[in-house]
Each structure stands twice: as structure tokens, then as C-alpha cells.
Design a protein around this ligand. Structure first.
Ligand code: SF4
Length: 326
């Protein structure tokens, strides 16, 4: 991967992860800065232009390492938190809420992984029940692993955690980090899926459905239990094609090695939707959502009936206790 500029906060210039990351990249300039917000948070920048040539920012996260997930966001555990060691991602999904949330498309990596881990351990110790942690909320967990080595470290950490579960959510087929270790029961690689015609229309730069399914299948063969995430499932009025989509997936994969399946509609806070609608005037999904926003609705046409239809298709193959609707 080639990056023109790497910005590094002075305070982590000598951190071992900073050195490791810099070694993994071809770059032209290193620029030291006092705080990442000087580059990442300024308002006079264009997400769309930066997306073409993103810079890398290496910084230290000072506090607030983990957050409670929104109500209903779970895969069967009572205690649920998410964390973001990285913000932004190399893909360019037209429906991605990050383009509404951030001013910058630069990749921001918080290199102090050890502090994320301490917070996770502290959180786990607050209760005797299992606690689930979601990675990949504000990034893609696997896509830039070759640079960050984050999971390489975190898989080692989670191996010793008895009451902690880690979900790694991704659209990437960059699965070497998972292939190189013994499968862990408390780590769930989870892949976001949509029909190929949706991927072509809305998930720019992401791997095809067939590649994602092949990656899942090879992990299953190695012993990993996989999460399938139809969330957001982008809905078009082609019921037969969605029926085929689900049956092809479950016929191809090992249904005994599926940890959980989630299903959710495209949804986004109004303010994000408004910002993206300005930035991407030809984005059908966002413009449709935006006109509904003006009517006070913020989701796509994936209504209760269509959700039930999809749930029924999934439950032909997967027991209902493993299916979660967001
Ligand atoms: S893969 Fe996820 S984080 Fe990356 S652009 Fe798509 S929706 Fe956004």
C-alpha cells in the first residue's frame, strides 16, 4: 500500500506500533503534529476528494476506549460494547455513515492498542457474565490489518480472556491473520453481505460476494465459527433474487459453523444523511433516504414485511436463536 503523507503525533513517535506500521508502508513524507485533531477534525476539507488519496494519521487515544452499543444491537450476549482502534476504511460504500460522521476520509489509527485491551479487561471484570465487544464499527476490521497488525495483537489478548467475546466485522477477504492462528471460540469473524447486484451498485471497491463467501468457507474449514451480517441489507423490489441470494449462501456455507446471523435495514442519523446528500448528489440510496428524511423517516424501503420475508428465508437454514434483527 502506498500513502503519500503519514502524520504522527509527537507523543507516540517512538511507540512500538508506530514503528511497526511505518515499516509496513511505502510513503513519501512523515509529518509530526501535536494532536490528530489538527488534521482530522478541521471542517474545511472534502471527504470525497480525500477519499481518492487518503493520508494516514497515527495517534494516541487518551480516553473513552469502549462504548455501549445501541439498544437491540447484540448477537446473543447481554453485555455489549464497541470500540474503534481505527476510523475510516479503504472501501467506499455509498451508504457508509462515516462520510456523514467525519469531515476527513484520512485513515486515523490509535496505536496504543494496549490501552484498548486494559479497558476491555476492566469491563469484563465488572460482571460474571460474558461481555461481547464489537470491532469494526467505525472502520473495517480486516481491510488494513496488513498495516495495523491490530488483530495480530488482539487475537493473542483474547486467547486468555475467558468471559470476553470479540466480533471482527468486515467486508474484506484479507483473512491471513485468522488463518495463521488456531481458531478461538470467543472470537467471531463476521462478514457483511449483500446480493452481488447491490455490491456492484453501492459497495464501491469492496470484494465481490463470491470472494467473501470463499473467504468465509475457508475459515470455516479451519474451524472458525462465522457471523453473517445482512446489515444493512439494501433492499430492491426483487423478492425472488433475495430468496436465491439467501439459499445460495446457506447451501454453499457450512451452516453448523455459523455463530449468528444479523439482519438490519439501512438507517442513518438525519444530520449525516443531509451531509452525504450534498456531497453525493447522484447517490440514489442516499437521495431516497434524504427525501424520506424530509418526511421524518430515516430508513430505506426495507419495512417490517420485507424484514419478515428475509428472516423466514434465513430461518429455513439457521435456528431462530441465532438470528438477530437490528
Ligand atoms: S466497508 Fe463499512 S466502513 Fe468501509 S466504506 Fe463500507 S460501510 Fe463504510
Amino acid at each position: 500500500m502506498k500513502i503519500k503523507n503519514i502524520y504522527i503525533e509527537k507523543q507516540i513517535e517512538k511507540h512500538k506500533n508506530t514503528k511497526r506500521i511505518v515499516k509496513n508502508i511505502k510513503f513519501e513524507n512523515i509529518i509530526l503534529c501535536d494532536h490528530y485533531s489538527q488534521i482530522f477534525n478541521t471542517s474545511n476539507q472534502s471527504f470525497r476528494i480525500q477519499k481518492k488519496f487518503p493520508s494516514l494519521i497515527l495517534a494516541k487515544k487518551e480516553n473513552n476506549f469502549i462504548f455501549k452499543t445501541p439498544n437491540g444491537f447484540n448477537i446473543g450476549f447481554k453485555n455489549n460494547y464497541y470500540f474503534s482502534h481505527m476510523l475510516n476504511c479503504p472501501y467506499d460504500c455509498k451508504y457508509c455513515y462515516l462520510q456523514g460522521m467525519f469531515n476527513s476520509a484520512n485513515y486515523l489509527v490509535f496505536v496504543n492498542y494496549e490501552d484498548f485491551y486494559s479497558s476491555i479487561k476492566d469491563k469484563i471484570n465488572e460482571t460474571n457474565e460474558t461481555t461481547c465487544f464489537f470491532s469494526g464499527y467505525d472502520c473495517d476490521s480486516l481491510a488494513l490489518e496488513n498495516i495495523t497488525n491490530f488483530l495480530n495483537d488482539f487475537l493473542k489478548y483474547f486467547k486468555d480472556l475467558k468471559k470476553g467475546v470479540l466480533e471482527i466485522r468486515s467486508k474484506s477477504v484479507n483473512i491471513n491473520v485468522l488463518k495463521n492462528v488456531q481458531p478461538l471460540n470467543n472470537v467471531i469473524p463476521a462478514f457483511s453481505l449483500n446480493p452481488q447486484f447491490v455490491i456492484e451498485k453501492f459497495e464501491d471497491k469492496t470484494p465481490d460476494l463470491s470472494k467473501r463467501l470463499n473467504a468465509i468457507k475457508s475459515l470455516q474449514k479451519l474451524g472458525w465459527n462465522i457471523g453473517l451480517r445482512f446489515d444493512p441489507l439494501i433492499w430492491f423490489n426483487k423478492q425472488d433474487q433475495y430468496k436465491l441470494f439467501f439459499s445460495n449462501i446457506f447451501d454453499y456455507l457450512d451452516t453448523n459453523k455459523i455463530h449468528s446471523v444479523t439482519l438490519g435495514a439501512f438507517r442513518m442519523p438525519s444530520s449525516f444523511l443531509k451531509k452525504i446528500a450534498n456531497d453525493r448528489p447522484y447517490n440514489y440510496l442516499i437521495q431516497m433516504g434524504n427525501s424520506k428524511r424530509l418526511l421524518g423517516i430515516e430508513t430505506s424501503d426495507f419495512d417490517e414485511n420485507k424484514r419478515m420475508f428475509c428472516k423466514q428465508q434465513i430461518m429455513k437454514f439457521i435456528p431462530k436463536e441465532k438470528v438477530f434483527i437490528n
